[in-house]
Design a protein around this ligand. Sequence first.
Ligand code: SF4
Length: 315
Amino acid sequence: MEKISLGISTCLLGEKVRYDGGHALDRFLKETLGAYVRYVPVCPEVECGFGTPREAMRLTGDPEHPRLVTTRTGVDHTERMEAWARARVAKLENDDLCGFIFKSNSPSSGMERVKVYDDRGVPRKIGVGIFARIFMEHFPLLPVEEDGRLHDPTLRENFIDRIFTYKRYRESMDRTNRRGALVDFHTRHKLLLMAHSPKHLKQIGPLVAHAKELSTQELVGRYEQLLLEAMALKSSPAKHVNVLHHMLGYFRKNLSADEKRELVDLIDQYRSELIPLIVPVTLINHYVRKYDEPYLKKQVYLNPHPLELQLRNHA
Ligand code: SF4
């Protein structure tokens, strides 16, 4: 797989672009995840021409339509930032982004819970940064996250699942036979989809089964929408347990009673949060190789992202 193209707030890469001349380096993003992605850095305040260092800004007024105002001198930069942001997101169309990681709490880049100050100067954490809002309006289904939220193991695994899946999907759609590639992609991703949204998996099944009745454009458009909606829903221990039991069913004839008991016990221990997901998944991977199970060996669920990211060691 080629590197994944991912937008990111520039300061998270350690660039000194913050209002005070500092940065907000996140080592996991820059070094660990950075080995698999091609970052497209965006600093709205610097690219909009405010320079570094600069006067700090904040959101004020109506939380639905906040103004971007400098904190000391009260200069209103809303129109300038909005015009720049619209032009920038249009340009980002050319970067094949599979997602974006925003810097939290920023009046320009924050994705949620950004402080909005009322007339009396009282803040409420209910805003969205100006650039982040315009980006999410322009790319409503694209995976987005914030640096702070990515420290949560579940949110981190979900986001990385989404960007790797979207990249694989894009690569599949680059093939000449898009219809055949889509059916193959779907077959390989069934269990991963089940881990995110069994409901969407049920909806997608008939779409793929009747693929021949639709034009390629309609099929691809509807599939992509459902895929991204499904992947946006978080996987959970209960959903993973469902998938693990489903996979167990494929070994009904191969495993001895003892081996089945051991696997069921591991799944129960995972359900009780005594062991991480990687433990039952590793044992199932072992049986898939040992018995050369043809359906499961194709399933991306068993190896959705590089082991080096250690995502399932904590989930
Ligand atoms: S939070 Fe956004 S605007 Fe502020 S320095 Fe970082 S990238 Fe630039």
